[in-house]
Design a protein around this ligand. Structure first.
Ligand SMILES: *Cc1c(COP(=O)(O)O)cnc(C)c1O
Length: 396
């Protein structure tokens, strides 16, 4: 029956497991271990673990399993493995399947820690990584080789919001037998159809829109049953990147409201981007939902026309003007999370992307005036008034 459910029904009921008390709200199984009826049952479970059988919370837990099943249903993936953070998911997806001598092609516009894994960690273990402009399919074509084992990209990049053609890259990668791993945070599991469009593995930081209220860290890797159980699970269960049952419960309850939240946030983001585009204090207004965005056609086909919940504003006058803008905001908070109910403003050049060299920042469009703005659930007109006043203050 659940196979015929639409997304919003899956988000509320998917994966639910009830204890003998038949509770309505999902239980938090805050337990590390599980009792066996007898020694024979313990032996049998270590030989083969059934779908609702558990051994140890580093391997699996009923609350975590509810979260995994619910998000897998939404994404249209066969299976999922939940992780302690988004970075544990990115690292788990890549490291579990790669070995020395393998080749990886990655988009160069990446979240700082993703870049660190590809540039500094994988290479230390003998994996060769080629970076390309992710929006250029010819560059992907030129970079893949017969020994390319994986391609990696953020479907919508942070913080410049480039949109990458999942189906286009997947076709190129699959031609050489490479696995397509997509970090889909900015696209959100609500707007994404990444698996349907050719991604083999989808990764989320659940810390962002899935929690949606800035409380807990978490992540998830989605893919085929073979990849999740055969490749990811052995790696993660032995290296310890498991999601805590409490955090899994936060994420599980977050999924119940995610569609309502991200649709409202994307609608406000669209309103703000349209209202602010062309403002005299702005060098550029970056929002995938704008008709002027370089990949807007892809936003229509890949994301159902939804531009996401984040916009980036390049303020005239560089760092000083950007700081005046940030300090003049009264509703959004200055922080570095995103996808929260509270609007959050970030200055990537001095915080999330501080580690990059000046050349890398220029290359990636992370200019001194760039402010990333994660749109929350506040009233759109209140936000617009606050942003407009802060833009004026930025030029003072
Ligand atoms: C935040 C983020 C991550 C890392 O997630 P954590 O939960 O903070 O570990 C990875 N990729 C992208 C695109 C992100 O925005």
């Amino acid at each position: 029956m659940s196979e015929t459910w639409n997304s919003r029904t899956k988000l509320v009921h998917g994966g639910t497991r009830r204890s003998q008390y038949n509770e309505v709200s999902e239980a938090i199984f805050l337990t590390q271990g599980f009792v066996y009826e007898n020694a024979e049952q313990a032996e049998a479970r270590f030989i083969e673990t059934g779908p609702d059988e558990f051994i140890y919370a580093r391997y699996g837990n009923p609350t975590v399993a509810m979260f995994e099943e619910r998000i897998a249903m939404l994404e249209g993936a066969e299976d999922a493995f939940a992780t302690a953070s988004g970075m544990a998911a990115v690292n788990g997806a890549l490291t579990s399947m790669l070995k020395a001598g393998d080749h990886v092609v990655s988009a160069k516009a990446l979240f700082g820690s993703c870049l660190y894994i590809l540039e500094n960690i994988l290479t230390r273990y003998g994996v060769e990584v080629t970076f390309v402009d992710g929006t250029d399919l010819e560059a992907w074509k030129a970079a893949v080789r017969p020994d390319t084992k994986a391609v990696f990209f953020e479907s919508m990049s942070n913080p410049t919001l480039e949109v990458i053609d999942i189906a286009g890259v997947a076709q190129i990668a699959h031609a050489v037998g490479a696995v397509v791993i997509v970090d889909n945070v900015f696209s959100t599991p609500v707007f994404s159809k990444a698996i349907e469009q050719g991604a083999d593995v989808v990764v989320y930081s659940a810390t962002k829109h899935i929690d949606g209220q800035g409380r807990a860290l978490g992540g998830v890797i989605l893919g085929t049953k073979d990849f999740i159980r055969g490749t990811v699970e052995p790696y993660l269960k032995h290296t310890g990147g498991a999601l805590s049952p409490f955090n899994a419960w936060v994420m599980l309850k977050g999924l119940e409201t995610i569609a309502l939240r991200v649709n409202a946030q994307a609608e406000t983001a669209q309103t703000l981007a349209e209202a602010l585009e062309g403002h005299p204090a702005l060098e550029r207004t970056l929002y995938p939902g704008l008709a002027t965005h370089a990949q807007n056609a892809l936003v229509q086909s890949q994301l159902g026309g939804k531009g996401g919940t984040v916009l980036s504003l390049d303020i005239k006058g560089g760092k000083e003007a950007a700081f005046r803008f940030l300090n003049a905001l009264t509703i959004p908070v200055i922080s570095n999370n995103l996808g929260d109910a509270k609007s959050i403003a970030t200055h990537p050049a001095t915080t999330t992307h501080q580690r990059l060299s000046d050349e890398q920042k220029v290359d990636l469009g992370i200019s001194p005036g760039l402010v990333r703005f994660s749109v929350g659930l506040e009233d759109p007109q209140d936000l617009l008034a606050d942003l407009t006043a802060a833009l004026e203050a930025s030029q003072a």
